[in-house]
Design a protein around this ligand. Structure first.
Ligand SMILES: *Cc1c(COP(=O)(O)O)cnc(C)c1O
Length: 420
């Protein structure tokens, strides 16, 4: 119905406000809200048309926020899409069922048989699995490159059929920061599209002002913020990209539950305060860890002196609360596992961005794949065991005390750890 047609949500005016203001106001206005502060959960498959003329008109609105059929989204989806597009500084957003779906849908949208894709060696593991598995099966080849590559290095890897430059910055587990504007320029000069997993950066990195064409988010992380919902988003800043992404999403039957979208909208209202607190705590914990004799390096670009700090400072407005420590080479994997077991406040588990602290030993990347972390371009070798930490909303002094008592186990005779 005409009442439900909305223009793209994000006129220039919306951006005059700070993102913290937008988190309180976006995704609420318009005919879908009926006066309540928050949108309702609209569940449904069938949409009834007023008459056959209405049925005929609906077919022309597959690219719009227009009620056609459940799989094409409804008012709760639209509200969340508007919100994410605003946060990322794009024009349109597509919500999908998980962060991983937000990775795979655009890869399928922009690549076809005979094409070549460039992916960073530090890419999110399941994205690598998709490239090596399904994409390869479709006749799409992928080269994994050093995430810290410069423009000249990237140019040397381009092939005539390179259609996608995939970026993820900072990288999974090892947090390499990519020179996105320089790499995007090389890709565009070659006619390739730039897809970026912006989950770590979320609102701290504006993808479209740095040359990205398609921005991917695992909303499962900070947007949801409570470790209880899985969702992903694909955001663009251009009508042609929107058509490509939207048509691929519809073709693949991607759908997210409106209940989950509603929970993500609720999570987003407090994201700025959660993330500010988590960033502050993370800097405190990381700086403390840097001074501990068991720790060789910190992989957290927000920390002065850490790898990638200069590019992070140039391109990001802040940091999230996920980072890693590299243990001194003398500590075995068994010793590091014992340390993880000893932690009381850090749960052992995948994912991140919730309110609770987590620990995930990543192994060393030598030998490759020792804990499922695969590198094929020879990057990510730090000599010691890598331990990924997510800092939640707990008091940082409690987290520090917990880490200290757990690291003491590294010196117990039974596991034979040693400080070199
Ligand atoms: C978690 C994650 C994803 C996948 O998100 P899910 O919602 O868990 O499927 C994608 N990219 C990165 C960088 C992630 O950390």
């Amino acid at each position: 119905m005409p009442d439900d047609v909305k223009p793209p949500a994000n006129g220039k005016d919306a951006r005059k406000h700070d993102y913290t203001t937008r988190l309180s106001h976006a995704g609420r206005a318009g005919t879908h809200v009926h006066g309540f502060v928050n949108p309702a959960v609209h569940r449904g498959s069938t949409v009834l048309y007023p008459d056959m003329a209405g049925r005929k008109a609906a077919g022309n609105h597959r690219l719009d926020q227009y009620l056609v059929y459940g799989v094409m989204g409804g008012p709760t989806h639209y509200a969340l899409e508007d919100m994410i597009a605003e946060i990322e500084g794009g024009t349109r957003c597509q919500i999908v069922s998980s962060g991983l779906a937000a990775v795979t849908v655009p890869l399928l949208a922009y690549l076809k048989s005979g094409d070549h894709c460039l992916m960073p060696d530090s890419v999110y593991g399941p994205a690598r699995t998709f490239a090596d598995g399904m994409m390869a099966g479709f006749g799409i080849t992928t080269t994994f490159y050093d995430p810290c590559i410069n423009a000249a290095g990237l140019r040397a890897l381009l092939q005539a059929n390179t259609k996608v430059l995939y970026l993820e910055s900072p990288g999974s587990h090892t947090f390499e920061v990519q020179d996105v504007p320089a790499l995007a320029e090389v890709a565009h000069a070659h006619g390739a599209k730039v897809l970026m997993d912006n989950t770590w950066g979320i609102h701290h990195f504006q993808p479209f002002t740095h040359g990205v064409d398609v921005s991917i988010q695992a909303l499962t992380k900070y947007a949801v913020g409570h470790s209880d919902v899985m969702l992903g988003s694909i955001t663009v800043n251009d009508d042609a990209e929107w058509e490509t992404v939207r048509m691929a999403t519809l073709s693949l039957g991607q759908f997210a539950s409106p209940d989950d979208c509603w929970l993500a909208l609720r999570g987003l209202r407090t994201m700025a305060v959660r993330m500010a607190r988590q960033e502050k705590s993370t800097i405190e914990v990381a700086a403390w860890l840097q001074r501990q004799p068991e720790v060789a390096h910190i992989l957290y670009p927000a920390l002065p002196g850490a790898p990638g700090h200069d590019i992070w400072k140039r391109d990001f407005t802040g940091a999230c609360s996920l980072f890693a420590i590299v243990m001194k080479p003398g500590f075995s994997q068994d010793a590091v596992f014992a340390m993880a077991d000893r932690l009381e406040l850090f749960g052992i588990g995948a994912s991140w961005g919730g309110f609770e602290s987590l620990v995930m030993p990543s192994g060393t990347t030598v030998p490759p794949g020792s804990l499922g972390v695969v590198r094929s371009a020879g990057t990510g070798q730090f000599g010691g065991e890598i331990v990924r930490l997510h800092i939640g909303l707990e008091a940082p002094e409690d987290l520090i005390a917990d880490l200290r008592q757990a690291m003491d186990v590294l010196h117990s005779n039974t596991i034979g750890g040693a400080i070199d």
